[in-house]
Ligand binder design. Sequence first.
Ligand code: T4K
Length: 367
Amino acid sequence: MFNNKIYVTKPSLPPIEEYTKILSRAWDAKWITNDGELHQEFEEELYRYLGVEYISLFNNATIALLIAQKALEFKGEIITTPYSFIATAHSIKWNGLTPIFVDTDDRFGNLLPEKVEEAISEKTGGILAVHNYGIPSDVKGMQKVAEKYELPLIYDAAPAMGVKYKGKTILHYGDLAVLSFHATKVFTTFEGGAIISRSAKMKKKIDQLKNFAILGPEEVGGLGINGKMNEAESAMGLLQMKYIDRNIKKRKEIYKFYTDSLKSTDDIRLLDIPNIIEYNYAYFPIFFTKGLSIRDKIYDIFMKHNIVCRKYWYPLISDHDIYSKCKKHNLINSKKLSDSNLCLPIYPDLTKSEQNYIIDILIDELT
Ligand code: T4K
């Protein structure tokens, strides 16, 4: 038994000396937020790394999701997924819009384009899809539906930093895509996020919205908010760029070890990620084919052994009181996923003995 708790994730932090060295530039300049030098350099590094043209940095992904919807003029009812972190739906509600919950596929928990199409009505004013666990699915199908009905499409790509689809970043899909750089993500700036847009005009609009809609010293263009990333977060982002590939590689090794150890275990389904996707190994969800009671039993056993797994995503967003009155379209697959999943700890610093300990407990309980 390990004395310290093993959490589902832990941030990968660079050496503190490297961080203070970069941060000292903000100290010397006495410029600590509002599009500082480190902010600009971090944005540049992201262009290079992601191969995208327009990025706006944010203080977190939730505010970025709010702004993305404002920028695309989402209105009325917004089709979204019940199988995600609560922030996905909250961002819709904060904008005074109504989430409509549609079912996902039964493998990855991503919205199904055909179900989205079925749910579209004259009240629909946007689609907020998620690359669940950072894994994209039928992005082309979703694009077709959005185009056919002329609906703006946003991807909540919060966990998808570094993920590629057919050799290119997944962030090319959707009218806008939103990343999170929270402490629990593969790439962290403490708190933080970004919107990837498709045109200089849209980036400008987003950059204004995140800065109170200020157009000049004496001019405000409408209703804006404070969504800015500061220099301490930007310094962290700049430094983290050095480590991202190494961190993803370490995650991949753990992912492979878990997969090899569990693939012949009955009663568990693992994610089967298609070859066209280069994953960032953000999560290691397992799905108990016999459902909720065994999942909850294993969760409790792990807790007794100081292993803190998470049921991402249980309950479904649509089952929380605040969303209970929203329209739900036959959430059969998402309900099944929600009742059967458990995410095992995965992060670069997870030691081999910790990995063995986790697997041994699980296999022991299931055999
Ligand atoms: N959309 C999606 C699909 C998302 O997953 C998220 C965020 C968002 C939108 C919104 O993005 P942000 O606005 O946050 O940028 C956490 C995070 O707060 C949240 O950012 C994240 N998703 C979500 C999946 O997880 P909690 O309440 O589960 O976090 P917490 O504090 O329980 O942390 C989880 C584990 O991480 C802990 O057991 C221990 C470990 N941990 C956590 C922190 C904060 C550390 O080891 N160090 C840390 O500093 O929501």
